[in-house]
Design a protein around this ligand. Sequence first.
Ligand SMILES: C[S@@+](CC[C@H](N)C(=O)[O-])C[C@H]1O[C@@H](n2cnc3c(N)ncnc32)[C@H](O)[C@@H]1O
Length: 260
Amino acid sequence: MSSADWDASRYHRVARPHAAWGANVLDRLDLRGDEAVLDAGCGSGRVTLQLVERLPRGTVIAADHSESMLAEARNTLAGYADRVTFIQVDLLDIHDKLDRQVQVIFSTAVFHWIQDHPRLFSALRRVLESRGKLVAQFGGGTNLQRFMRAADAVAGREPFAQTLGGKDLWRYYTTPEETEGRLIAAGFTQANGWLEPSPQTFEDHARMADFCRGVVLSSHVAALPDPLRQDFTDQVVDEIARREGALTLDYVRLNVDASG
Ligand SMILES: C[S@@+](CC[C@H](N)C(=O)[O-])C[C@H]1O[C@@H](n2cnc3c(N)ncnc32)[C@H](O)[C@@H]1O
């Protein structure tokens, strides 16, 4: 997905599960309050805000490659300009852009958007101080498998197939074991990964469609011409309701704690 493709204000409005997941992952960080922390893929800054509030004497580098997400994050974090620095960067190249190392790398809901995990972990390792920690959560295992099958079925229908056919719109889901192995291969001294099912159910069609358009279907929607976007989203939500008998997203999160 290119850096311009997120509808950042919609994401910020609908990403409530992400804020709750972020708070849980932050609890694992056990911060002193004076660390330098990289938020790898800060998005609209909602979780970054929770992070900076736990760092009264510390600093945050908020990194993302999306211009629209960074603009939203600057707005969200306007009250913390003295302690937050923003950088627009592909995380695969973060080691070329950061002129300092950090004590902690934090990341939520990002790594499954990136295909090359060996290169990603190697880049992150290079910006982490020795004995620093990486605490992250992203989609893994069977994350959204049932939902994406429904999306795939709708993407195969006309007129959507003309645009979506043959496009690589999938996120990159791995297992805890693969991820642990890749982290160690990238130079981390210790790595622990585990899966956590976290299904999300919506009250009605409109709320689920709003969420899907801003988050889990954002790549599909960005690829489609504007007049087809809402129709595609509505058909996917109808397809999920038909297949599952519920307005549920089968989210599975992969947690990682690693040491540099
Ligand atoms: C679902 S959002 C998560 C944002 C935030 N961490 C949260 O939990 O709300 C995923 C973010 O990852 C960013 N992202 C994806 N791939 C990236 C890459 N290769 N480099 C930098 N940012 C990336 C996207 O631009 C987007 O802002």
